[in-house]
Design a protein around this ligand. Structure first.
Ligand SMILES: *[C@@H]1O[C@H](CO)[C@@H](O)[C@H](O)[C@H]1NC(C)=O
Length: 193
């Protein structure tokens, strides 16, 4: 169906993508990472439909734990967080945007690895950083090869839930004795979910 190597060169816009049908290229990985970022910083169901496969799987124990608020309520740790795009959209559409800054993008032939950090406008005073592994697949809609050649099919994402719930005020750490100058201004209150 595809030529072994399909290179798409655009004369019109640098936003268009080069595509190699056998492996993600750097510009494709960057695009996938930015699509993922847009899902959190400027969410719309229309955009989600453009960049996620309909059977996308999202697994995150960080999110599972937060949904259950650290209790044994569902979803159990280890379980799929969002099974399919409709579930993803219901989850993402019901929360405010959570913009983050991309710190690094790496990739192999089919996966994009993103290090990121939530913006201080949504997470402070402690920074909350995370790592997401995005499995991709070539878009079967060939009319989109120039603009969205790779869709996100799997998401495995974890981030610092400890700092996240500290920012929510649910957790207050105790500085270790070796800590002479705690900038976190915390007191010892046990976290009980
Ligand atoms: C989550 O747990 C914390 C700590 O017990 C509590 O303060 C907070 O109200 C809980 N949040 C929800 C949404 O139940």
């Amino acid at each position: 169906m595809f030529a072994r190597t399909l290179t798409v060169v655009s004369l019109f816009s640098v936003a268009f993508q080069y595509v190699n049908a056998t492996c993600l290229l750097d510009n494709n990985a960057q695009k996938v990472a930015e699509n993922y970022k847009t899902l959190f910083s400027n969410y719309s169901p229309q955009f989600a439909n453009q960049v996620l496969t309909s059977d996308v799987i999202d697994q995150s124990d960080s999110v599972n734990w937060l949904i259950a608020n650290g209790t044994n309520c569902p979803p159990p740790l280890g379980s799929t967080t969002f099974n399919g795009r409709t579930a993803f959209e219901a989850g993402q559409g019901s929360q405010p945007n959570m913009p983050f800054t991309i710190l690094n993008v790496y990739h192999d032939c089919t996966n994009v690895f993103v290090r990121w950090k939530f913006d201080q406008t949504v997470q402070s005073p402690q920074q909350v950083q995370g790592i997401s592994v995005l499995g991709t697949t070539l878009n079967t809609d060939l009319t989109k090869l120039l603009t969205q050649p790779y869709l996100i099919k799997t998401v495995y994402a974890e981030f610092n839930v400890g700092a996240f719930i500290t920012n929510l005020g649910y957790y207050h750490g105790t500085p270790p004795p070796t800590c002479k100058n705690s900038k976190r201004e915390v007191e010892g209150v046990a976290f009980v979910a």
